[in-house]
Design a protein around this ligand. Structure first.
Ligand code: LLP
Length: 418
């Protein structure tokens, strides 16, 4: 069995690595996040191989899945990190990732976050506004530690993503610095004794399937980098951000090879180091959410399959109308397909995993697997309705690691006073 095949079906049963999913649920309960380490490694290696023609740092975008076991494994593969908070810095350091391999992104960094990242020895802050640059300069001065910076450019490109919430590269979003302000900001950074210019950064959105918008963004940052260099402002790295899409249905994800064919020669020519910030591409297809059918309810023209997992475990369907393939963990030969809504137990009409989906009709006690949830799945889970967050396990061949235990009832009361 190929370890890199995401969740193969053998004799009608879904497997994760060399383990039956039914056995994993018997041991760890439902709902359950299951990640396949082989699939993560294969995706990581694919990017590494595609971009091998340039000095490369894969700064894994931690927000996609910040489980320590996954961070530890990515670190072992050679990854750095793209972080956006003190919490992510803390996690990455705990997982053994060196701050010198981390870039700090985000439009709203606090002084506390700046101090901690400076203390840790961060590779660079990807700065998103003139005011942030000023504050960072003050923090660096106070600490007596020069702050390494890159400017995040807003290239004003509308990249086609499945939902407007995941487009970040156009002028009407809060992200990045407008192109016409970038050089002035580099100049003021160059004049500041406690700011060290290291690079240039762009990130245009998430779940992008085509290289074309990256090419446009690359054109802009290369032009800006050349202009900065002409003024004696040198840049060590170009950070092209993340956003490489994966297949949520049967379609293929982004061809990182096609992307690399465009990016590598042009970046190599400049002598700059290339930083990439993939999140979803590395972990997305490596995860399933397994959840159990509690009830089947027929109501007028609708049939609801009511699961023990819902929007608190996986919010993407509800929040972004995100499509996730759903299939029975054990196929039922005899059951016909019907059009159903797969819903959770939470008291919200928006609590669904799929709507109007053709599904082999399941029954009470059956398990369903929701695919492609390795990214932006567990990390976006909540305790709404005082529900305990599910367990997360990592399967590596025949081995299984409980990467995060299911929350306990007492976990729900943590930090509160009576
Ligand atoms: N770099 C920056 C600066 C980002 O803002 C993001 C994602 C990434 C890298 C990684 O993007 P990726 O390679 O994972 O597409 N919760 C949404 C996605 C939000 C993405 C936010 N930023 C979803 O579930 O689709």
């Amino acid at each position: 069995m190929a370890l890199t095949s995401p969740f193969p079906r053998i004799d009608g049963e879904l497997w994760a690595g060399e383990r039956r999913v039914t056995e994993l649920v018997a041991e760890f309960g439902s709902p359950l996040y299951v990640y396949d380490a082989g699939v993560i490694e294969a995706a990581y290696r694919r990017i590494e191989a595609a971009f091998s023609g340039v000095d490369l740092l894969i700064a894994y975008s931690v927000k996609a899945n910040s489980n320590l076991e996954i961070l530890r494994r990515l670190k072992a593969l050679g990854a750095g990190a793209d972080i956006v908070s003190l919490g992510e810095l803390h996690r990455c350091l705990a997982a053994g990732i060196s701050a010198n391999d981390m870039v700090f992104a985000g439009v709203g960094k606090t002084e506390e976050e700046m101090e901690a990242a400076l203390d840790a020895g961060i590779l660079a802050f990807n700065v998103e506004s003139a005011e942030e640059l000023q504050v960072l300069g003050r923090v660096a001065t106070r600490l007596g530690k020069p702050a390494p910076i890159a400017l995040r450019v807003n290239p004003d490109i509308v990249a086609d993503t499945p939902h407007e919430y995941t487009r970040t590269g156009h002028g009407a979003t809060k992200f990045g610095i407008p192109v016409d302000q970038v050089l002035d900001l580099y100049r003021s950074a160059a004049d500041h004794p406690m700011l060290e210019i290291r690079g240039i950064d762009v990130h245009i959105g998430s779940q992008i399937m085509e290289p074309a918008p990256y090419e446009k963004a690359l054109d802009q940052v290369l032009r800006l980098a050349a202009e900065a260099r002409a003024e004696g402002i040198d840049l060590d790295f170009l950070d092209l951000g993340g956003g490489y899409g994966v297949g949520y249905d049967e379609e293929d994800g982004m061809s990182v090879e096609d992307l690399a064919a465009i990016v590598v020669p042009r970046v190599a020519e400049t002598g700059m180091r290339l930083i990439l910030e993939p999140g979803r591409f590395i972990v997305g297809e490596a995860g399933i959410l397994v959840t159990e059918v509690l009830y089947v309810k027929r109501s007028g023209s609708k049939t609801f399959v009511i699961m023990d997992g819902g929007m608190t475990d996986l919010i993407r369907p509800s929040h972004y109308q995100g499509f996730h393939r759903i299939e029975p963990v054990v196929s039922r030969d005899e059951a016909a397909h019907e059009i159903v809504d797969v819903v959770g137990p939470i008291c919200e009409t928006g609590d669904f995993l799929a709507r109007d989906r053709s599904l082999q009709m399941p029954a009470h006690g059956d398990l369903l697997a929701v695919h492609t949830v390795g990214a932006y799945g567990f990390v976006m889970a909540s305790n709404y309705n005082s529900r305990r967050k599910p367990a997360e396990i990592v399967v590596d061949g025949a081995e299984v690691v409980l990467a995060r235990r299911r929350e306990s009832l007492d976990d729900l009361l943590l930090g509160e006073t009576l």
